[in-house]
Design a protein around this ligand. Structure first.
Ligand SMILES: Cc1ncc(COP(=O)(O)O)c(C=O)c1O
Length: 375
């Protein structure tokens, strides 16, 4: 027998989570997480699954039958969106104006697709006219993909015009809504989006671990008519849909507690109402932005296209990024996000998502920043 090792009780500190996710979680969601589990094939669990799908349709603003939460974080939704429709040699157009567009390129390339990039400077949107011109030049393209809310830059990509152009054609419109879902307008059906995925840890305000996804009939037809199997067994939607559909065919053991949590998180959203929730994110986001500008700080993302739920701000000269974030975390209990990639050390990404999106949290941060720059 070896020596006994003792571990202290788990006691993470309280934090205001104002980074790019995870966001704070409502006590009702925590309560749902501790609900005793039942089996993932229990008839009573089936009802819970159906409730989740129905509420997800409401939040995605879609009637798509195949609307389910995938086991895994937001990146699993991204991966599922590509591996289930792409085959080696297929052409894909991807808008790249930040880390997550770049990640899409990586995933599509791993599927053996030929990627045509539309690059834009970080912080700026991709002009929908550029997208439409590129797609006109390449009518054979199987997928056009873009990030709605680029969490690495704070820019909000307009989608409607692109969706209108793609409607009725063969090209699938894939949208990353990891940060935007339930925080701002996103009309999957009306905007002609064929595949849309998200993550639970942002504006849905549920811990990380699930990726809600929805597929239009057109996308489902591509999924079913594909010649080769998806490169991923775990994310193969043609098998996963049999568990979420009438058959209830076992694929993998569903993360039951996380699904309980998502169901409660969705119930909270329905209780608040989508329009009210969007308004709250816009109002509190605007309030933070004006507070930062009053301090003389400059916003990073393109004016007119700034995300309500994530504010990217340029650090003033003389402020030590790492030191200031450390102080915010340890002295004030506030987490803000570091700049990603090219913007590291130059930008902060401040999230006001879901439960965190309250004026009192914006005030707490503004006060703390005033304190920090005074010292
Ligand atoms: C826009 C966007 N896409 C994808 C992801 C990946 O999600 P996850 O980290 O949950 O895998 C993130 C995470 O921050 C994101 O912000």
């Amino acid at each position: 027998m070896g020596d006994t090792i003792e571990f202290s009780e788990l006691k993470p500190p309280e934090r205001i989570l104002m980074g790019p996710g995870p966001s704070n979680v409502h006590y009702r969601v925590y309560r749902a997480l501790t609900t005793p589990i039942i089996g993932h094939l229990d008839p009573d669990f089936m009802k819970i699954m159906d409730d989740i799908c129905e509420m997800l349709r409401f939040v995605f603003q879609t009637k798509n039958k195949l609307t389910i939460p995938i086991s895994g974080t937001g990146s699993s939704g991204m991966e599922a969106s590509f591996v289930n429709v792409l085959e080696p040699g297929d052409k894909v157009v991807i808008g790249v104006n930040g880390v997550f567009g770049e990640r899409m390129v990586d995933v599509a390339t791993r599927c053996g697709a030929e990627v045509i990039r539309i690059d834009e400077e970080w912080g700026y949107i991709i002009d929908p006219n550029r997208v439409i011109e590129t797609l006109k030049k390449h009518p054979e393209v199987k997928v056009f993909a873009v990030v709605h809310a680029e969490t690495s830059t704070g820019a909000m990509q307009p989608l409607e015009e692109i969706g209108k152009f793609l409607k009725g054609g063969e090209t699938l419109f894939v949208v990353d809504a990891v940060t935007s879902l339930a925080g701002c307008e996103l009309r999957v059906d009306e905007w002609g989006i064929d595949i849309c995925y998200s993550g639970t840890q942002k504006c849905l305000s549920v811990p990380p671990g699930l990726s809600p996804i929805t597929l239009s009939e057109k996308a489902v037809r591509v999924l079913h008519s594909k010649k080769s199997k998806a490169q991923s067994w775990y994310l193969d939607l043609s098998m996963i849909e049999r568990y979420w559909g009438e058959e209830r065919f076992y694929h993998h053991t569903a993360p039951i507690s996380m699904l309980f949590a998502l169901r409660e998180g969705l119930r909270i959203i329905l209780g608040e109402g989508l329009e009210e929730r969007f308004k709250r994110h816009q109002t509190v986001g605007d309030y933070l932005k004006s507070g930062l500008m009053e301090l003389g700080w400059k916003l990073f993302a393109q004016e007119g296209y700034r995300l309500p739920m994530l504010t990217s701000v340029i650090l003033p000269d003389g402020l030590n990024d790492a030191e200031a974030r450390r102080k915010l975390l340890y002295d004030y209990g506030i987490e803000v996000g570091v700049g990603l990639g090219k913007t590291r050390g130059k930008v902060w990404r401040i999230g006001l998502m879901g439960e965190t999106c309250k004026r009192q949290n914006a005030d707490a941060l503004l006060l703390a920043i005033r304190d920090l720059i005074r010292k």
